[in-house]
Design a protein around this ligand. Structure first.
Ligand SMILES: [Zn+2]
Length: 354
């Protein structure tokens, strides 16, 4: 059935879907009025549910918001509340962008629902360890998942195998960090796939830290500072376990030694240096001079000689496997979105999706 045919069949109008489509693009009502040619007064009435748009205005809105008209005829998709997601405290302008990211995330959840209707995904196995200190919690997760003291081969594969749905943060919002939330008892992690591989691994471990330590908590952004440092501490301990690092004779390590160790643990040189300092294998003075040296060699903004970014095993199988699959175009039609929006959910996690 083509989209225009669908439209000709009488569509219902769900006001919350208009708001979702608008928030997704971080548009104010005024801006949407400009873009669509629908008056601000009408838009306000539509969003409040006082009026429903006629066919002509519905088409204008669909065009301006780059969705199919059927998008407005769908069930309310609960937007992920800010308190449910792990975000750092952000400025006001960034808050609108954060809301856009959350609106997109709720659509990504719909995408995963399409996948789940056809595939059985691993059950969630992220333990709740809010009574523990970050380092202990990291060790407990390693133990529960039988990871021993070895480097984590692939964080994305690991999370997926434990029932975490991993998706990509839209590249329009690269100023926003990775984040996670739990929806219907299923954990979701959104990664910023424009970052270095090492940074993404650390982000993935950081979000796992939130799920383990703060999964049950209200994530009010105004009190995020402590949670952020706990999640960072979890990530460092999870990726570079204390006993294993202590057994590697890293005391007063040279720059070369640190670069070898970061390749072994698949972390950034900066994260490795920070961990050694935290474990008191580097003095304050050694730590500071190494940071300066790394900075001069460009390790603060990038990762020379680093690894290639991880990709998703689950999405590759689901989207490119033989037999039953969820392809970008069909998913876009199912969701009343553009194929480009579906590609954004998985960008950087699978090969360029057709
Ligand atoms: Zn965080």
């Amino acid at each position: 059935m083509s989209l225009s045919n669908r439209f000709e069949g009488a569509l219902m109008f769900n006001p919350s879907r208009l708001k979702l489509a608008r928030q997704r693009l971080a548009l104010t009502l005024t801006k949407l009025a400009d873009l669509s040619g629908v008056s601000l007064r009408s838009l306000t009435n539509y969003e409040n549910g006082r009026l429903a748009p006629n066919d002509e205005n519905l088409l204008k809105l669909a065009r301006a918001l780059s969705v199919s008209p059927g998008f407005f005829d769908r069930e309310t998709s609960e937007v992920i509340p800010v308190e449910a997601a792990s975000f750092r405290k952000l400025s006001k302008t960034t808050a609108a962008r954060r809301d856009a990211v959350l609106a997109n995330a709720s659509l990504a959840v719909e995408f995963f629902n399409i996948i789940e209707a056809r595939f059985k995904l691993p059950a969630a196995d992220t333990p709740s360890l809010d009574k523990f200190k970050p380092e202990q919690a990291a060790e407990l997760v390693r133990h529960r998942w039988n990871l021993g003291d070895r480097p984590i081969a692939n964080m994305v594969h690991l999370l997926e195998s434990r029932g975490v749905r991993v998706a990509a943060l839209s590249h329009d919002y690269t100023d926003i960090d990775a984040f996670c939330f739990i929806r219907d008892s299923k954990p979701y992690v959104f990664l910023n796939t424009s970052r270095s591989a090492e940074r993404q691994r650390f982000d993935a471990a950081h979000e796992l830290g939130h799920l383990a330590l703060h999964g049950e908590q209200d994530m009010d952004p105004s009190t995020s500072k402590e949670r952020e440092s706990e999640a960072n501490s979890f990530a460092a301990s999870f990726l570079m376990p204390r006993t294993a690092v202590l057994s590697q004779s890293m005391r007063s390590a040279s720059l070369e030694r640190i670069l070898a160790a970061r390749s072994f643990w698949k972390v950034s040189a900066m994260a490795m240096t920070h961990r050694l300092h935290e474990l008191e294998l580097l003095s304050d003075w050694q730590y500071r001079s190494l940071c300066v040296a790394l900075s001069e060699k460009g390790y603060r903004s990038s990762e020379p000689g680093g690894i290639t970014p991880e990709s998703s095993q689950l999405l590759r199988k689901v989207m490119f496997g033989s037999g039953l699959k969820v392809n970008v175009h069909d998913a876009a039609i199912d969701l009343d979105l553009n194929p480009g929006d579906v590609r954004d959910f998985v960008r950087g996690l699978v090969p360029v999706a057709a």
